[in-house]
Design a protein around this ligand. Structure first.
Ligand SMILES: NC(=O)C1=CN([C@@H]2O[C@H](COP(=O)(O)OP(=O)(O)OC[C@H]3O[C@@H](n4cnc5c(N)ncnc54)[C@H](OP(=O)(O)O)[C@@H]3O)[C@@H](O)[C@H]2O)C=CC1
Ligand SMILES: Nc1nc(=O)c2c([nH]1)NC[C@@H]1CN(c3ccc(C(=O)N[C@@H](CCC(=O)O)C(=O)O)cc3)C=[N+]21
Length: 283
């Protein structure tokens, strides 16, 4: 029987711990606050925002939503971020990405104060992930993948982990974090040949799929009895969500798989709240 790795029970056990921390902070007069910066109204951003606002409400974390026109200039956006850096009532800042094409994303990332970087976008946070140290925060989604594997008792030691995708938000940090758990890690991307994709796919014990293509990963690419972590969040025309993995097909051969929605995404929002509480504690 294939196990469905629901995010809810992972998130619930995280929420208990975060809730205690939030209570302690409030008793000391600190009210953990997250600022969300969104440009335009990309449905994926809105989906994340909805999840985050719901979680924050459950925990008593304050969320301040800053929504700008997607035509905002580079200079104006930097000014807004500096304002958030200087506001001592804000402990964490989440900037939705990707940003529109006219914005220089790396300049925006480095404008953010490292102490408030709850989604691991500054170079300091990235260095922390690469050096196995506790500088900054890892990107929430990559941490969510590890949290799910840990929660359901999958030990990565000596396991073959295939990470599909090499973005800075997911693929690269997830690969580093799996390596830290002593997995043997392969990373593939859009220039990996189909032949190699199939070979690596069939040989893996655990697959972390983050390619950003709805239902792209079919059962023919994979082996039997694998653990599949589907990071993809694709919004269909009718507004419903689907992953990067063809769930119905892959469910038939996997030993365990995360659903979309209700999988990695729901843990990502809980990790975000954990980071906000930790940032508030440190500041
Ligand atoms: N669950 C959650 O909380 C979150 C989910 N997401 C979702 O995760 C997915 C990935 O996001 P993100 O990393 O930002 O996306 P990006 O588009 O930045 O990266 C996608 C990666 O997949 C690779 N890729 C694309 N096509 C193929 C292919 N045919 N074969 C192999 N590799 C391929 C790309 O390769 P190359 O580098 O060569 O272009 C790239 O490295 C999306 O569906 C996104 O919505 C995102 C954030 C949070
Ligand atoms: N800097 C940055 N970091 C991100 O991590 C990031 C981003 N930008 N831009 C947008 C994408 C998308 N994303 C989602 C995360 C969780 C849910 C989520 O909570 N989904 C719920 C459903 C929520 C709902 O729609 O009700 C679920 O999967 O169960 C959705 C989408 C993070 N992203």
């Amino acid at each position: 029987m294939t196990k469905i790795l629901k995010g809810k029970s992972v998130a619930n056990s995280l929420m208990k711990k975060i809730s205690e921390k939030v209570k302690e902070l409030k008793a000391k007069g600190v009210f953990p606050t997250l600022a969300i910066v969104r440009l335009g109204d990309n449905p994926q951003d809105i989906s994340y925002e909805r999840g985050a606002v719901k979680r924050a409400f459950q925990l008593g974390i304050t969320v301040r939503q800053f929504v700008y026109d997607e035509k905002i200039s580079q200079g104006e956006l930097i000014e807004e971020i500096q304002r958030l850096n200087d506001d001592s009532h804000i402990h964490g800042v989440l900037i939705f990405r990707p940003l529109p094409g006219h914005i220089n994303e790396s300049e925006i990332c480095s404008a953010l104060s490292p102490a408030k970087d709850v989604d691991g976008i500054t170079s300091g946070s990235m260095a922390g992930v690469f050096m196995d140290s506790d500088i900054g925060f890892p990107p929430c989604t990559a941490e969510a993948c590890m949290e799910i594997l840990d929660h359901y008792g999958y030990d990565l030691e000596g396991k073959r982990v295939l990470v599909m995708g090499r973005s800075l938000v997911i693929g690269k940090p997830a690969a580093m974090m799996a390596m830290r758990r002593n997995a043997t890690v392969s990373v593939c991307h859009s220039r990996t040949s189909n032949e190699d994709l199939r070979k690596l796919g069939q040989n893996a014990d655990i697959v972390i799929a983050a390619v950003g293509k709805a239902c792209m990963i079919k059962s023919g690419w994979l082996g039997k009895g694998q653990v599949i972590i589907d990071v993809g969040i694709n919004v269909k025309e009718d507004g419903s969500l689907c992953g990067d993995v063809d769930f119905d097909e892959v469910y038939e051969i996997a030993s365990a798989i995360t659903p979309v929605p209700g999988g990695v995404g729901s843990v990502t929002t809980a990790i975000l709240m954990k980071h906000v509480a930790e940032a508030a504690e440190k500041q």
